[in-house]
Design a binder for this molecule. Structure first.
Ligand SMILES: [Zn+2]
Ligand SMILES: [Zn+2]
Length: 439
């Protein structure tokens, strides 16, 4: 078959999305009304599978518990393999108008819209496969929100997962080994891309002292709550040693500070998130935290165990993908793509971006506060249709006309290879115990 040019292919894709609008909105309604938390997205996963099979795709299922991947080899010759991604999970926000009454889960981060955009783009691209190069992959990935840690730990103990983030699991399991680039559009208030995100390491720090009567014989005890307090002071006193350019944020809670006011606490627990803009800066900030908690335990001759519970890598945008996305927004809607610069929050797309060029763009069409009870779709056209069209156009640019644009993508150097990435992740999932107990 002779290859049509990129603008002819885009025209057909846009018309096909436009024609299927009502079906796309119906799918969005379905997914919005079946919110499920990370690694428990069973119904959502089944709905995505059914939708892929209806389109004639043959998805592999049960990847990283609930994830899916469907491949569509193209007939237009050699080229890269590019993946469109959507996240499956919802959040526990029981007051959200579309919360599941039984579980309290709700799409308060709008992940259902990602699946809708990915699937609507897939359906528009399937008829064009004979004229595109390389290969297309469509993926639904579990557990982006890094929540329900107890459930994650249970899955880790049962050997079902190793990391809390679904994309981290996709990398570990080799599901992205043959992929050359990944695109995703997240729900938002406006159409923009971030330049970068912080990465983080999650820490649970357990101090152990000795219980005693708080009034009668406090000198017989060792106050674990005081160790935790001192550790936080030591960390706070060093905040000005972090370089501004590293965007370090250390925040957390005291999740256990003792059992009764008249008992010297024998145990105290801190849960901290250590965030920064580069993997090195996260590691350096972690060293400050680790030294501080050890120094606090030493001062009281107590014990401390540091449980590193993993986290996400910093996100670094791809210049090529951002540029293609910006050109397509201009072509489609006549608007300029915003760039919001660096964000202090984190996403497991960061993990993907360390080893592959990745696009983590935002669409408009939502109002309210992300993760809040008021985060809802106000403009379905922007929330579902515009993003689907942009993803289809981006894909056609990457894989159309001999995959010319993808050559720039292949030239983009990423921060790590998969082995270096996995070593870093293991380091961020380690445990250290130190005792300064002199009885
Ligand atoms: Zn979120
Ligand atoms: Zn999200």
């Amino acid at each position: 078959m002779s290859q049509r040019n990129i603008s002819q292919l885009k025209k057909q894709a846009l018309e096909s999305i436009e024609k299927r609008k009502e079906a796309v909105f119906a799918l969005a309604d379905d997914l919005l009304n079946m919110p499920e938390q990370g690694y428990r997205e069973v119904r959502t996963s089944a709905r995505v599978k059914a939708e892929m099979e209806r389109m004639g795709l043959a998805p592999r299922c049960g990847l990283a518990v609930t994830g899916l991947r469907a491949d569509l080899p193209c007939g237009g010759g050699e080229g890269p393999r590019i993946a469109l991604m959507g996240e499956l999970d919802a959040l526990p926000v029981p007051t959200h108008p579309f919360a599941d009454p039984a579980t309290g889960a709700a799409h308060a981060c709008g992940h259902h819209a990602q699946l809708v955009m990915m699937l609507a783009a897939a359906e528009a691209l399937i008829p064009l496969a004979g004229e595109l190069c390389g290969s297309l992959s469509f993926m639904a990935v579990p557990a982006e929100e890094f929540q329900a840690l107890d459930y994650c730990r249970e899955l880790i103990a049962r050997g079902k997962i190793r990391y809390c983030g679904g994309k981290c699991e996709f990398i570990r399991l080799g599901i992205l080994d043959d992929i050359d680039g990944v695109l995703l559009i997240h729900a938002g208030h406006d159409t923009f891309v971030p330049e970068s995100y912080n990465g983080f390491c999650m820490k649970e720090i357990i101090f152990e002292g000795k219980a005693a009567h708080g009034g009668l014989r406090p000198w017989a005890g060792k106050n674990a709550a005081s160790m935790a307090r001192s550790a936080l002071n030591l960390i706070d006193a060093q905040r000005d040693t972090f370089d501004d350019k590293d965007s370090v944020r250390i925040h957390g809670i005291i999740s256990d500070g003792g059992n009764a006011v008249n008992v010297v606490p024998a145990r105290a627990v801190l849960e901290l998130q250590v965030r920064a803009k580069t993997p090195e800066a996260v590691s350096n900030a972690c060293k400050v935290v680790d030294r501080s908690v050890k120094a606090a335990a030493m001062a009281f001759s107590g014990k401390v165990s540091i449980h590193n519970l993993g986290g996400y890598m910093p996100y670094e945008s791809s210049e090529t993908l951002n540029k293609i996305h910006a050109e397509n927004l201009k072509e489609l809607a006549g608007r300029t793509l915003g760039n919001c610069g660096h964000r202090g929050s984190s996403t497991d797309m960061g993990d993907v971006s360390m080893i592959l060029p990745a696009l983590h763009a935002y669409c408009g069409g939502f109002a309210g506060s992300p993760h809040g009870a008021d985060f809802v779709v106000t403009d379905p056209e922007k929330a579902y249709i515009e993003g689907a069209k942009l993803l289809a156009m981006d894909m056609i640019d990457l894989l159309g006309e001999n995959a010319e644009a993808s050559r720039r993508l292949a030239g983009e150097k990423r921060k790590m290879d998969k082995d270096t990435y996995l070593k870093y992740k293991e380091n961020m999932s380690s445990t250290e115990e130190v005792s300064y107990d002199q009885a």
